[in-house]
Design a protein around this ligand. Structure first.
Ligand code: IVH
Length: 666
């Protein structure tokens, strides 16, 4: 080793050590300035000698280019979730069942439930090679580049082990506050809470963004069999993870009884506000692996652990008045306008009142002191009224009888709680429909905010979505606060949106009950607007995910003359009406399914047909409905009939379901 090589190795070693002390142990051993100086020295040496850049060098945390999308990762061991306990009763039930199964000679480990997002990290011979989100538990997304930017995640372990670990990535409260303050200053949308901010940061395709967000992490388990590492309890596992260099949360406690567990919960309910990161509950786990094995798993979660969830924070404020809006489908939604108040990390000035029934049931009156909380920790809602603080002379709230936008009679459709304006020409509904049409998950037209849409309608530049595509720069510049540049950009954005794949248009049209997911399924299935418009009710309900209500709504929608005209006009201005989604191309031979034509027949016991089909397609196979010379493989479930006979006579390879599952898991 020459001198430079030696120095580079030394700098790597020192920076790993200092970084570990700072980010994992939270106990810096050198001043920041020393760390920075050494880092800059390493950067300079690496720049002059690129061959000396170690893949796990501390300079390589923000490497790589902006990604085009995230690759899918099939987890080697499924990432399960925990069942929840909401009160003492649930916890006592959990405890009782455990004692029934394994007796009284055991203990729990209680841990904080970190409010972030679950991650899985894979190390090969001690080097971090891949990090993924939970996804649906079996397939997640590869977010390695973003996770590398989290300094608490070791790039190299203290021992050269091959291991998969699980933990929670989170945004500390301080980072969240400064991020939101900076966003507010730039007029950008704020994150609702640290969890959303952490998830949003790790979902960025440019790792530089994640790097700027100051995320951190706690690792709480090994994926797969802990016993393979010579340990036999959860507590020992946490110690081992710590020895390997992982950040593990210190605030854990062994508890012998459910009383001890409840005391731990009480303690952290009180101390929760003083922690530098958000927690949303306490996780309780049976300690010994032999006991865990005895208890086993349900389909979704282990029987040996449970998550106690803290109740949502509730605060009291004053109801100033009730705002009414007309939605895209004519539903009148009342919103409580409140004296601004802090709830679970953000200031709340509005809360949903859902509908007239809720207002009546809770007898919510203007001027009342109301209790507010965030449902699912995100959407503020009114829980109830403090009756003994009600001011004098208040009146029960009455919803209007006429639409606030077009004055037509409001009606209540049988079986629905909502009050509706059914005038299809109601300007508020049209405006909301167009806002939805251009919104990010629909046609995604940049620069066409709510105010611009409202002005375009008011000035009669547009009357429907198709008119948007006829807008000229010269017209747009006449709108308030619309310069030449924004007008040109807007016309370009509209032009670009014409190329969108069919599912965006379908979602944008706002067909009742057709959300984003259904729009995607319809587009994939029918491929063109014409084909979908010709679809019958029976045909639609034959699609697994489409129910009667949605099928009825789709057929009725396309049966409407005005809709037909709108589609014609959209087609006329050049809006794409076909599905452009690409099937994933997996190279033939990459796995037993890639490039093969496969037929499923008979009853499958462990997978549904759709699941099997989806898995095969994901691996690059094509699933066909009938056996022919072109068929490569037949999967025969129980009671397979004529297709099996035909495949046999054609000499086609035949597998049973077990073989299929075995191969899918490879
Ligand atoms: S143990 C088998 N421990 O809470 C699942 N989970 O459903 C094992 N979480 O999204 C999970 N802190 O990511 C465990 N100390 C902790 C945790 C924790 C947060 C998250 C986890 C999952 C959810 C549980």
């Amino acid at each position: 080793m020459n001198e430079t090589e030696q120095r580079v190795a030394e700098l790597n070693q020192l920076l790993h050590e200092y970084g570990y002390a700072y980010y994992v142990l939270d106990k810096p051993i050198v001043p920041d300035a020393v760390y920075d100086e050494l880092l800059h020295e390493l950067i300079a040496l690496e720049k002059a000698n690129p061959s000396l850049i170690y893949p796990d060098s501390p300079t390589q945390r923000v490497g790589g280019a902006v990604l085009e999308g995230f690759q899918k990762v099939t987890h080697q061991y499924p990432m399960l979730s925990l069942s929840n306990a909401f009160d003492e009763g649930d916890l006592r039930d959990f405890d009782r069942k455990i004692r029934q199964a394994i007796g009284d000679n055991f203990s729990y480990v209680c841990e904080l439930k970190i409010d972030g997002l679950a991650i899985s990290l894979r190390y090969e011979n001690g080097v971090f090679v891949q990090g993924a989100t939970r996804g649906d538990g079996s397939v997640g997304e590869d977010i390695t580049a973003n996770l590398k930017t989290i300094r608490a995640i070791p790039l190299r372990l203290k021992e050269p082990v091959t291991i998969e670990v699980r933990g929670e990535a989170y945004m500390p409260k301080k980072s969240f506050e400064s991020l939101n303050a900076a966003r507010a200053q730039r007029g950008e949308e704020l994150f609702a809470n640290p969890r959303n901010a952490a998830a949003g940061s790790l979902r960025q395709l440019d790792p530089k963004i994640a790097a700027s967000r100051n995320l951190s992490t706690f690792i709480y388990s090994i994926g797969g069999d802990g016993e393979a590492y010579g340990i036999d309890s959860h507590g020992e596992m946490l110690d081992y993870l710590q020895e390997l260099g992982f950040p593990s949360n210190r605030e854990r406690q062994a508890c012998a009884t459910v009383e001890d567990v409840l005391a731990f919960i009480t303690k952290w309910t009180e101390e929760r506000p003083n922690l530098p990161y958000e927690i949303d509950g306490i996780v309780i786990k049976v300690n010994r692996f032999s006991h865990q094995d005895e208890l086993g798993f349900t389909a979704k979660s282990p029987r040996w652990a449970i998550a106690y969830k803290f109740p949502a924070e509730e605060v009291v404020t004053k109801l100033l008045h009730i705002d009414l809006t007309v939605g895209r489908t004519g539903v009148i939604t009342p919103t409580a306008i409140l004296e601004p108040v802090q709830v679970a990390g953000t200031t709340v000035g509005r809360a949903s009142l859902h509908n007239e029934d809720l207002i009546r049931e809770k007898d919510i009156r203007i001027g009342d002191k109301v209790i507010i909380r965030k449902a699912g920790d995100i959407i503020p809602e009114v829980v109830g009224v403090i009756l003994d603080q009600r001011p004098e002379h208040t009146e029960p709230y009455k919803m209007p009888e006429h639409c606030i936008a077009c004055d037509s009679d409001l009606i209540r459709i049988e079986g629905e709680v909502a009050l509706r304006c059914v005038n299809p020409a109601c300007p508020a509904q049209i405006a909301e429909g167009i806002k939805h049409f251009v919104s990010r998950n629909a046609m995604n037209v940049d620069g066409l905010g709510e105010k611009v849409v409202e002005q375009l309608l008011r000035e009669r530049y547009i009357a429907n979505a198709a008119d948007l595509y006829l807008l000229q720069v010269e017209q747009l510049v006449q709108l308030d606060r619309m310069g030449q540049k924004s007008a040109t950009n807007l016309v370009e954005a509209l032009e670009k949106s014409k190329e969108n794949s069919l599912e965006r248009l379908l979602f944008g049209l706002g067909i009742r009950h057709v959300g984003e997911k259904a729009a995607k399924i319809l587009a994939e299935q029918y491929e063109t607007m014409d084909a979908l418009m010709a679809a019958t009710n029976t045909e639609l309900t034959n699609i697994h995910e489409i129910g009667d209500k949605m099928a009825d709504s789709i057929v009725a929608y396309f049966d409407n003359e005005e809709v037909k005209l709108l589609i014609q006009r959209l087609q006329g201005v050049g809006v794409n009406m076909t599905y452009k989604g690409k099937k994933v191309v997996v190279e033939a031979g990459a796995n037993p399914f890639a490039g093969k034509t496969i037929v499923l027949t008979g009853k499958l016991a462990q997978l549904t047909r759709n699941e099997a089909k989806a898995k095969i397609e994901e691996l690059g196979g094509t699933v066909s409905g009938s056996v022919s010379k072109k068929t490569d493989l037949l999967i025969a479930g129980e009671d397979a009939g004529s297709k099996l006979d035909k495949a046999q006579s054609l000499g086609i390879e035949i597998w049973d379901e077990n073989r299929l599952i075995e191969q899918l898991q490879q």
